[in-house]
Design a protein around this ligand. Sequence first.
Ligand code: UD1
Length: 371
Amino acid sequence: MLKILIIAGARPNFMKVAPVIKAITAHNARCREGDVRVNFSLVHTGQHYDQKMSDIFFQELGIPAPDINLGVGSGSHAVQTANVMTKFEPVCLEQKPGWVVVVGDVNSTMACTLVCSKLGIKVAHVEAGLRSFDRTMPEEINRIVTDSLADLLLTPSSDADENLKREGIPESKIRLVGNVMIDTLAANLQKARSSGILKKLGLQKKAFAYVTLHRPSNVDDPANLNSIMSGLNRLADHMPVVFPMHPRTHKMLAQFGISPVANGTMKILEPVGYHDSICLTESARLVLTDSGGLQEESTYFRTPCLTLRPNTERPITITLGSNRLTHPDRLSSDIQETLNGKEELGQVPPLWDGKASERIVQALVEHNHVS
Ligand code: UD1
């Protein structure tokens, strides 16, 4: 019996843990006598806690209710990280897991990894090896710390393997398993297509832009946020702009006194659920985002994507996929160029095949044998 704790903390984690949990259940159902069964508990750190940032994903993706909720909530990076650590340590001491599985690059990912490495508990990191090479991003710090401490690095693409090897991580710890986000996307495609959001918002396929923004570099800087909002208002003169707003963005707009034009074509919404988001991504003429997940989901659908960042830790979405970087200063001209181009771009990268979570469970079981 292999006992593991799976950690989920913030919105982008939920679509990564869902398929791993399903793959564990399927693995156990296939086990014969003598095979290693996997016994898991799900720990929600509570980094995201709103219905629309957390609960809806559990409902839509069929994730079981967390066995343990640490309830850490919001705070500065130090406060949030420290709260996860102090609340997670006693859980580890009591549960004594063989492995802890962390996903992505949020504060909870790094905090739980740090706790385990000091307690001698092995950590597997799903979505290891991604690098933006931009240490001003809090997520880049989380990635570097997590990967340097983890025992098993489960990577989505070969660029991630190269990054890890360059950092001196032994090849024996690295397993290329593919993109686990795509497992969830493939499993939910039918539900997403019947989400009803297009009808509800009066949208025509390939005739609107889908926008999400939440990175501190875009939304915590008044000049950048102002110029992005002006670019979006100009775009809304030409086509509907669907903009479900992250709480951080909401807060910063209010703080800087910037009011988006809420006319008929600029549709500012509360955060949307997973199925609606996937439906919007597939149907949009253009995605404009600073999210890592949306860069990947656009690439899967070959929907043209403009990423409002100077870099990306997901270069494959540019080299193979439909993604391109942009900047607030040239947003309008990049939008125009994209709208003049093709409706479908790029190719789907290798191992974005809906089977990454099966390979993850396989890797965990095998590494349990050798360690
Ligand atoms: C976090 C992750 C980021 C991820 C993003 C997705 C880190 C460092 N950042 O950023 O990688 O892309 O989640 O959303 O871990 N808030 C609410 N309700 C919630 C959660 C947050 O209102 O359920 C508000 C709070 O005012 C909080 C702010 O949003 O201060 C920011 O939340 P926080 O978890 O600090 O970081 P995110 O910007 O969401």
